[in-house]
Write a protein that binds this ligand. Structure first.
Ligand SMILES: *Cc1c(COP(=O)(O)O)cnc(C)c1O
Ligand code: SF4
Length: 345
């Protein structure tokens, strides 16, 4: 079996490398100079035809360069960083970016402005500065390690970061955000799991967007992580042509439970420049949620949320079930019936 490093090395990185039957034709090569492309052989093998839900996530489209709606840094991350690559937006938790590399460069990436490019500079000194900030800021109880994809670091480098964070008394939990279980599941090795389980309580939020991504390989990676005692969540992004219908979304969410991944968030697309062609309306997401809540296992239901532009934070966009609320609650149930609840207590 090939190592994950070898698989990654065999990624295609330019439009010229895209197999002919998957070329859509209108793209110009300069897209990948602006927004890098990397499709590793595993993820490439999941694509059946051009414009399918896997293709849309991985293959650059001309529309990326024609986006006049969205912003480079919609979440204002650069201004919310007390030290480079560390975003302190909420009182008790930080987002800590530890690499600019990913196993596949998603076309919808929130940090499209810099992921995989030289604009995202992460060195030992920036990582050390982030750890020092967390150590001297005791209100930070929860550290989210992200990037890029932290699981693209080798085991030693990741352990160097985890062990230092774990040793900080004010840090209660560590979370890793990683798409690797979906995009390069071979990266989840027994050695990685043995290392990770030394740093509990450790959570991993992974990221699947389509049921076809849930392969035997992905299931194996998630099983290994779960067997290492790591609770697994999923942060899905709602996208046009990928998962913007109830049937696909229900299949994805219920399938995730079978590989021991609990759906956590369903995100409305961020207003990141170069991603506008994949965005859906808020109503689209709310209609999907209406088609899910009550109809499939509550365990499979994520919170549908938008991350407020300019760093305003995540807010749930659950569809409204309340018709009126005073001494009586009047509400609509999942079957569309009007229901009443005495609220005079
Ligand atoms: C999303 C995010 C978090 C984590 O938010 P949760 O709702 O706790 O998952 C923390 N910091 C930043 C900057 C974020 O964008
Ligand atoms: S894995 Fe995450 S950080 Fe990397 S390109 Fe995809 S969405 Fe962006």
């Amino acid at each position: 079996m090939q190592s994950w490093q070898t698989i990654l090395k065999n990624s295609i990185t330019t439009l010229d490398d895209v197999p002919e039957h998957l070329v859509s034709g209108k793209e110009i090569g300069t897209i990948t100079q602006m927004y890098p492309m990397r499709i590793n052989p595993y993820y490439l093998s999941l694509i059946k035809e051009k414009h399918d839900p896997i293709w849309l996530q991985a293959v650059p489209q001309q529309a990326e360069l024609e986006d006049t709606v969205c912003m480079a840094d919609p979440l204002d991350e650069e201004n919310l960083s007390p030290v480079a690559n560390l975003i302190h937006k909420y009182p008790d938790r930080v987002l800590f970016l530890v690499t600019n590399q990913c196993a596949m460069y998603c076309r919808f990436c929130t940090r499209k402005r810099k992921v995989g490019t030289t604009a995202m500079v992460i060195k030992d000194t920036t990582i050390q500065a982030g750890i020092d900030y967390i150590r001297t800021t005791p209100q930070v109880r929860d550290v989210l390690i992200s990037g890029g994809d932290p699981l693209l670091l080798n085991d030693e480098r990741l352990e160097w970061i985890l062990s230092q964070l774990h040793a900080i008394p004010s840090v209660d939990i560590i979370r890793i955000g990683s798409r690797v279980p979906c995009t390069l599941p071979m990266r989840v090795t027994p050695a990685l799991c043995t290392m990770l389980k030394k740093y509990h309580p450790l959570y991993i939020n992974t990221h699947f967007n389509h049921p076809r991504e849930i392969t035997p390989e992905a299931a194996k990676a998630c099983t290994m992580l779960a067997d290492a005692g790591i609770p697994l969540g999923c942060q899905t992004v709602l996208m046009k042509g990928v998962n913007d219908d109830v049937t696909t979304m229900a299949k994805l969410l219920t399938k995730l439970l079978t590989i021991r991944v609990k759906p956590y968030y369903l995100f409305q697309g961020d207003l990141s420049r170069g991603t506008n062609h994949l965005r859906t309306s808020i109503q689209c997401g709310q209609n999907i949620m209406r088609g899910l809540i009550g109809h499939i296992s509550g365990m499979a239901i994520p919170t549908f949320a938008v991350d407020g532009p300019h760093g305003k934070g995540k807010v749930p966009l659950t569809p409204n079930y309340i018709q009126s609320l005073d001494s009586q609650l009047v509400f609509t149930n999942y079957q569309g019936e009007t229901c009443f609840y005495d609220n005079s207590a």
